[in-house]
Design a protein around this ligand. Sequence first.
Ligand SMILES: Nc1ncnc2c1ncn2[C@@H]1O[C@H](COP(=O)(O)OP(=O)(O)OP(=O)(O)O)[C@@H](O)[C@H]1O
Ligand SMILES: [Mg+2]
Length: 476
Amino acid sequence: MKPGDMFARIGSIVASVMFLWAMFKQFFPYQLRNQIEKHSQRLVSLVYPYIQITFHEFAGERLMRSEAYSAIENYLSSKAATQAKRLKADIGKNNQSLVLSMDDHEEVADEFNGVKLWWACGKHISKPQSNVSFHHPMSDEKRYYKLTFHKRNRDMMLGTYLDYVMKEGKAIRVKNRQRRLYTNSGSYWSHVVFEHPATFQTLALDPEEKGMIIEDLITFSKAGQFYARIGRAWKRGYLLYGPPGTGKSTMIAAMANLLGYDLYDLELTAVKDNTELRKLLIETSSKSIIVIEDIDCSLDLTGQRSKKKEEEQKQDQRQKQQGVQEREVRSNQVTLSGLLNFIDGLWSACGGERLIVFTTNYVEKLDPALVRKGRMDKHIELSYCGYEAFKLLAKNYLNIESHHLFGSICELLKETKITPAEVSEHLMPKNASVKAEFHLRSLIQALELAREESRLKAEEDATKQDSHYTQNYSSD
Ligand SMILES: Nc1ncnc2c1ncn2[C@@H]1O[C@H](COP(=O)(O)OP(=O)(O)OP(=O)(O)O)[C@@H](O)[C@H]1O
Ligand SMILES: [Mg+2]
């Protein structure tokens, strides 16, 4: 018999004796009753020095599924997989993996700071209510987990250990949950399952820079207590900039995969005004990344916003004269200040653990208010493909780490601007019989062509400048 079983049995015998005593103690004289109670307490703690705590699946008046029960279930799933003889299996919320849990009346042992303890799982079956004519046969089953530990470890178990179990269990749930990609149409979010395969391992980027970004993200995700202590909202802003095809969107997906966050892809051009923007942002959940792509193309957010505003005001005037409704007049009034207000202030009202990421192809076009230091915590430039990035792509796409053509490619990459997206196109295997060399030669050709084009362009520019100079200054 397992130790936990034995304790459970002794526990139930003790409980029955206590029950009988509670019923019949009134028939004993007061003095004798006191003596019996005193000695029986001592006896009970001698024969049964263990404490048991039960966690029911459904708790509270509204019979909500208890969070503690779910956390314990998650926490025990890996232990059940290695220790329990009878397991229950179900498909996980991410629809990809099986989630195992221990079957009824199974027991697993755990150890914490050198202390041994036992978890058992069970169910009570209550009698069906007579006034219910039909009910589901399982509806009267009440499941629970029971924790048994020695009383000398009471403080540690009730404090540190249970905290640890709750935290671990919740972390496992976050890891296993099905993540979502939200998009807005107007002021409403709709979502699909987020299943982008990008990771930082597959992202072609200078390894040192990549390491720094990963560290920054992980530090952020663990810094909840730090942000609370310094009284700042638990959020962080990133600005990703660089030419098209350098991996900005891919990096955002990799960030979400690294941290296990949901993604909110905010389409600002579909948002009518600041009120709608505020509503959308408040509705985002924690552990999420809010993405505003191509911020330079979004309304009112570039350096030319004052010019745009004038045009809009004129248009509003015209519409008013035509008797257009006020609501329509207010359309397209998402402003830079609305967005910045939210980032800086209102943000704190809606909990934490959010990243906000802006992307742009033209960082120089952005309003200085948006890019000034302190507003966006980190600026990351994604640029043309360098040799290190190329090596990673070659490893990912062709499964090679070295080749005699790597040297020429390295030289060509120094002189040519080519995006990782273009490089990936050349390296993408067409079919199994095509050798790596074919892909590398195709890339070399593309690089030589690009080098030739840029040489011709440079020559053309120089000729233009010469003729401009001759026209303007030759008479001097
Ligand atoms: N750094 C990179 N590492 C690996 N793959 C990349 C990288 N950059 C681009 N790619 C490949 O090129 C494709 C396009 O990249 P992505 O959409 O991330 O570029 P982008 O910078 O967001 O471009 P845009 O500015 O046009 O939005 C991706 O599907 C990816 O396969
Ligand atoms: Mg993109």
